[in-house]
Every structure is written in C-alpha cells, then in structure tokens.
Design a protein around this ligand. Sequence first.
Ligand SMILES: NC(=O)c1ccc[n+]([C@@H]2O[C@H](COP(=O)([O-])OP(=O)(O)OC[C@H]3O[C@@H](n4cnc5c(N)ncnc54)[C@H](OP(=O)(O)O)[C@@H]3O)[C@@H](O)[C@H]2O)c1
Length: 350
Amino acid sequence: MTNPKNQAAWLHKPDTPLEVGDAPMPTAGPGEIVVKNAAVAINPLDTHMQDVGVFVQQWPACFGCDVAGEVYEVGADVERFKKGDRVVGHCINLTTGQARDGAYQLYSVVLASKAAILPDSISFKDSVVVPFALEAAVCALSLKEPGIAMPGVSTPALGLPYPSLDAPANSLNKTLIVYGGSSSVGSMVTQLGTAAGITIISIASPKNFDLCKRCGAEQVIDRDDPNLVASVLASVPKGSSVVGIFDAVSSPDTYAHDLAILEKVGGGHLAAVHPPPSEGVPSNVQAGMIFAVNDIAGKVFEEYATPALEKGKVLPLPPPKVVGKGLDKIDEALKLCKAGVSATKLVVEL
Ligand SMILES: NC(=O)c1ccc[n+]([C@@H]2O[C@H](COP(=O)([O-])OP(=O)(O)OC[C@H]3O[C@@H](n4cnc5c(N)ncnc54)[C@H](OP(=O)(O)O)[C@@H]3O)[C@@H](O)[C@H]2O)c1
C-alpha cells in the first residue's frame, strides 16, 4: 500500500490568497490523533489570521480550527479512539503555531482531549460546526479563575457548571444573557448553558428566533428592539438571578447595552469575545475576554460531546453552508466569512 500524501491550503504571507500545496504527513504523538479530514469549518478568527497574520508563528502557515473526519493514526496513551473512528476535533494551531495542528489540510493533528466520536447519524459536514464553538462555550461558561486572554486582558470566570445530560431545564435559577444568540459561539453557549440548568435569554434578529429557541433559549429579544435593555430585563424569570452576559458580538454598541443591563441588575459578568470596554465598567462588573483554547474543555469533549450528539442534546447548529469541495475552496469560504454570515457556519468538504 502506498503511503498517503498530505496537502494543505497554505498562507505564505498576510493578505494573500491561500495556496494549495504539498504538506508533511503528520504523525500522532502521545495524547494525539491524526484525522483524515472530510470537512473543515471556517471561523472569523481564520479571516484575521489570513488578513494580518495575527497568531501566525511560522510561515508558511496552515491554520483553521474545526475538523471532522476519520481517525487515521492514534498516538501513545490514547485509549478513546481507534483507526477508522468517525470524529470531530478542535485543532489548536492558534496556540502551538505549528502547521500540523491546523485544520486546512487533508490530515491534521488533534489532541485526543479536544476530539469526540461522532454518531453515525450525523454527517461530517453537519458536525464540523461543533468543536471550536464547543470549546469557546465551555471557556465562556465554566472557567472558575480568571486567566490571561491577552496581555492586560483577563478571561471571564463565570464558574458555571458543565453541561449534563440530565440537568432539568432552568434548574439553577440563574439567567445568562447571550448577545448574538444566532452566532456560532452564541448558539453553543446557549446549548451548553441550557444543558447546565441555566436560563438563557438571547438577543438576535427575528428571522433567527427559531434557531435560538432550538438551542434552548427561554426568551429571545429582537436585536433592534428600541427598548432593548428594558425588554431583556422584563424577560428575566422571577426568582432567577442574572449572572451576566455572554456577548458574541462585542462591539461598542453591544457593550453599551451590556453595561446598561448589568447596571440595572446590580453587576455581574461580562464575557466578551474581543477585548472588553476599557472605560466605564463599574466595579461590580467583571469584564473579560474568552480565550477558546483551555484544558477545561477536555471533560466536555471526553464525557459529554458524544452522548449529547447522540441524544440530540448538542445539535450541530447553526447549520452549515457548504461552500464547495476541495482545499482550493477554503480561500473562497474565507472571503464569504469576511463578508459576514447569519445563522450559519461556512464549511468546505474535502
Ligand atoms: N476570543 C475567542 O476566543 C473567540 C472564540 C470564538 C469566536 N470569537 C469571536 O466571536 C465572534 C463571533 O464568532 P462566531 O463564529 O460565533 O460568529 P458568526 O457566527 O459569524 O456571527 C454571525 C452572527 O452574529 C450575529 N450578530 C451580529 N451582530 C449582532 C448584533 N448586534 N446583535 C445580535 N446578533 C448579532 C448575526 O446575527 P443575525 O444575522 O441574527 O443578526 C449572525 O448570526 C467573532 O468576532 C469571533 O472572532 C472569539
């Protein structure tokens, strides 16, 4: 049997198109698997990496976070996977900087602790929307101690429980507001938060209310509601305390709303996806920026993701939009992502 050859969509310098070319065939080290990718997903982060080379540590660069495919090789100490298993995984080139850890290639390395077996009932193209969003959501919800997101910016530490297969809905009497409920990370924060017994109030466009509800939101408020702050406050169930806001948009406009809401409820957490406001944050508001690579997600990948996908507790939402097939389609998908998406995640099949 001939050895398979790897190819990648390479970024040779910032602000240039990705170019498909040969790539070293990765091997699985201890605690790692090599995945033969069947589908990869595009995240806004990837467009920033392409545009300005942010987070790139080695050139040429192969980046990308989300893969779905079959296990090709299993490293030492890995017991949960065997060759041929269908899996989803979160590639962490973001922190390692190594091309082997990027998604945009035919074979990628994934830490076993950031991968989950995929039930046969869910396709690769559907499931590939899950892994990076899943890790981001765990980082938003369950960190207990603030860490460092970037110099001078700490991570939020809401300290909320992990999702569980049997936590009754709304059982914690705690409410989290998800600003941008139809976004990829907003959808997953809603799903995991709901599965932890937290009440979720989403803010989204009316056309995407159904998506937010499918993810578990108790109430959804129109993002263009002229009385947004009052409407959000009025929707908090009696007896439930607002723990904070996960802001998947994190713009000056959304921050103004966040701070107004938190002021009215006497403070709380502001978990942002970009650096939080540097001014005007009251002392009773703990504002931080999530950083979506953290070992705390391991337990959720290892113990929750597979049964939750099987039982429909984690739905692959927002649904994928397949841009095309082949590594050469990734550059086109990045352009579409830059233009902005609504309630979908762009996916390329390989
Ligand atoms: N710091 C980290 O570790 C980290 C990790 C992951 C993501 N991020 C960042 O988080 C952001 C979201 O990522 P994503 O992949 O989830 O994005 P996405 O799915 O591409 O976000 C698009 C969604 O945002 C919604 N949206 C935009 N403006 C809104 C507003 N004012 N109010 C309500 N909803 C609004 C849109 O909703 P409608 O179409 O319904 O209006 C759309 O569905 C990106 O900026 C990304 O770079 C950061």
